[in-house]
Design a protein around this ligand. Structure first.
Ligand code: CTP
Ligand code: MG
Length: 263
């Protein structure tokens, strides 16, 4: 028995707009991505309840696709918010059992989390009321214009390079400034909070603009502890991310597997 009694909320109600379709239903080594994510938590002693927020518009379809397997793990399914992630988390919070000491939130779209990361998060939750994993930003960051421009003909370049091939089609944004990346962290999930802190965070009147759960805790004026994340814990946002996650987890795409192993 663990001293922690954690309820895990898994927001899975997004539209996958940037992916261009149902990213959570994509094959990951013969199983849907969503189930891979849920199963990160089903074998942990600390976890006593799991709530998945499903797409409101297609919840019947969601239940028929995943209901049996989620039910087998005792997962509770609720309808999420149509557009905002925080609406999905808020709906899930409403059904979290009252005896949970802590509530963690983990994006369904992050199947690349692993046991070592979960252990770090749970250990930190024993000493801090709000914990998030972060990965130091290693890229140079620049703020750019909203608009794209056709690249303006630059005399020096034009003189040096003969021919007009492709020149007209070059478009890009203009750099406005370079952002100092010192102390900047890319924040991941799972994020974990005492049940009291996250309930107070979500009881605030204005939740708009929250892109993660810790932001709402920060608005309460509570401290948030950042612990070491994992660069492999990427959020599947585009099809390129799915290819990266498959490579990291060592799963081949269905069409790259021998036919008898595809299903
Ligand atoms: N999510 C949710 N409810 C919403 C929006 C997002 O539960 N109204 C979930 C997604 O299903 C995902 C996680 O929050 O697991 C992170 O969101 P994101 O990666 O942005 O996924 P989508 O919103 O589906 O993608 P997009 O923004 O490209 O439409
Ligand atoms: Mg989204």
């Amino acid at each position: 028995m663990s001293d922690l009694k954690v309820a895990v909320i898994i927001p899975a109600a997004g539209q996958g707009t940037r992916f261009g379709g149902d990213k959570l239903g994509q094959d990951l080594g013969g199983r849907p991505l969503l189930l891979r994510t849920v199963e990160l938590f089903t074998k942990r002693d600390e976890v006593s309840a799991i709530v998945v927020a499903a797409p409101r518009e297609s919840i019947d379809d969601f239940r028929s696709r995943y209901g049996a397997q989620l039910g087998f793990h005792g997962v509770i399914i609720v309808a999420g918010g149509r557009t905002e992630r925080w609406e999905s988390v808020r709906n899930a919070l409403a059904v979290v059992p009252n005896d949970c000491t802590h509530i963690a939130v983990h994006d369904a779209a992050r199947p690349g989390a692993n046991d070592a990361l979960l252990t770090r998060i749970f250990d930190a939750a024993r000493v801090a009321a709000a914990v998030v994993p972060g990965d130091p930003v290693s890229s140079t960051l620049k703020r750019v214009t909203v608009e794209t421009f056709a690249a303006a003909p630059d005399e020096a370049v034009a003189d040096a390079i003969l021919g007009d091939a492709g020149r007209e089609s070059v478009r890009g944004r203009r750099v406005e400034s370079t952002v100092d990346r010192t102390r900047l962290m890319a924040i991941q999930t799972p994020q974990i909070f005492t049940a009291d802190v996250i309930r107070r965070a979500y009881a605030q009147s204005d939740l708009a603009g929250a892109t993660d759960d810790a932001m709402l805790v920060e608005r309460l004026g509570e401290n948030v502890l950042v612990v070491e994340g994992d660069p492999r814990n990427i959020k599947v946002t585009t099809t390129a991310d799915l290819a990266i996650v498959r490579a990291i987890l060592g799963h081949r795409a269905p069409d790259e597997r021998p036919a008898h192993k595809r299903f």
